[in-house]
Design a protein around this ligand. Sequence first.
Ligand SMILES: Nc1ncnc2c1ncn2[C@@H]1O[C@H](COP(=O)(O)OP(=O)(O)O)[C@@H](O)[C@H]1O
Ligand SMILES: [Mg+2]
Length: 158
Amino acid sequence: MTGGVPIISLRQVSKRYPGGFEALRLVSFAVEPGEMLFLTGHSGAGKTTLLKLIAAIERANGGAVLVNGQNLSALRPAAIPYLRRNLGLVFQGQKLLFDRSVFDNVMLPLIVTGQPYREAARRARAALDKVGLLQREKANPCALGRRASSDCASRARW
Ligand SMILES: Nc1ncnc2c1ncn2[C@@H]1O[C@H](COP(=O)(O)OP(=O)(O)O)[C@@H](O)[C@H]1O
Ligand SMILES: [Mg+2]
């Protein structure tokens, strides 16, 4: 696709971690609205680093990262949550809170971003229904499955 305004664009981006390791060197690309991309590469190639730069979890040492036209190197720390509200990131390590129910875990980001309770509850239940977890909404995430329960077990040891 050409001619559109990119939703994400990287221009000659480099990222060096403290200690001097260069994870990315002079990376440039643009993503047009509606475009679907897959990022592949060997372990250590810099895939996670790239996604972290787009979400302003890490900062580039050189070049420019633009999301929706906004240059992230110029972004004030207070503006970062607003950037992240427009991004959906699912990390391999799930961030579940084990002191509340499955339903309350799904509700949390909706409440934090100011959704009215009833609308948030409707959306949370629709999402749980979609993945077959509506019946388990009152359960603790520890009770959900092998992965979640092993996380619970390791937390219980802390
Ligand atoms: N916080 C960090 N500090 C130092 N080096 C890091 C850090 N995070 C990642 N790296 C290094 O940067 C390189 C790219 O890592 P990463 O982006 O996690 O790759 P991938 O996700 O493709 O496996 C790796 O060599 C990794 O060891
Ligand atoms: Mg990775």
